[in-house]
Write a new protein. Structure first.
Length: 182
């Protein structure tokens, strides 16, 4: 009986010590997460490129979850990079939503170059097609939409010119402003 009682007392003491250590670790983890959360919020607040009031941070076991909204993909990536660089952050789950993606200058330049390429290719293909009066057809391109303007000799020539334009890479649509007859 003494051994059983003694065993129970030792088991209870060990359980209490274990629970106490576990509670202490939980408290430390919670405090650490709160510290990381404060650093994350401050970092976002002091960054002049982000609207920190639209970004929420939640931290659990050193993993920061970003929610809310930003204007561009660049802002989304910036927020993630800023948080990843903080001491104590183990990972970042970027759940930010891009709500107002305005075309960047780079995207506008890329689209302009793509449109110029499409215009040159369509015009060249029309000039090299012996059944089409390529010199009588003007080609304009805006965001992948080709506009054919000019005069052709027949419906068949019009259809061929339109088909040539449609079959060109990066063409989204073709607007037919061709007239028949010279």
């Amino acid at each position: 009986m003494k051994r059983t009682t003694c065993s129970l007392i030792i088991a209870a003491a060990l359980s209490t010590a274990s629970m106490s250590a576990s509670a202490e670790n939980d408290w430390k983890d919670t405090a650490n997460d709160a510290w990381i959360d404060g650093k994350a919020e401050t970092t976002l607040l002091f960054n002049g490129n982000l609207d920190s009031f639209d970004i929420n941070t939640d931290v659990k076991n050193g993993v920061v979850t970003l929610t809310g909204k930003v204007d561009t993909e660049v802002d989304k990536a910036l927020a993630e990079e800023l948080i990843e660089s903080l001491d104590g952050v183990k990972d970042v789950e970027n759940m930010l939503t891009v709500v107002n993606e305005e075309e960047s200058d780079t995207a506008k330049i890329a689209q302009s170059l793509r449109d110029s390429k499409v215009e040159a290719v369509v015009k060249t293909r029309l000039l090299f097609e012996s059944e089409v009066s390529g010199t009588d057809i003007e080609v304009e391109v805006d965001e992948g939409v080709v506009k054919l303007i000019g005069t052709v000799d027949s419906d068949a020539e019009r259809d061929l010119a339109i088909t040539i334009a449609k079959n060109t890479d990066d063409v989204k649509d073709v607007v037919d402003n061709l007239t028949i007859g010279k």
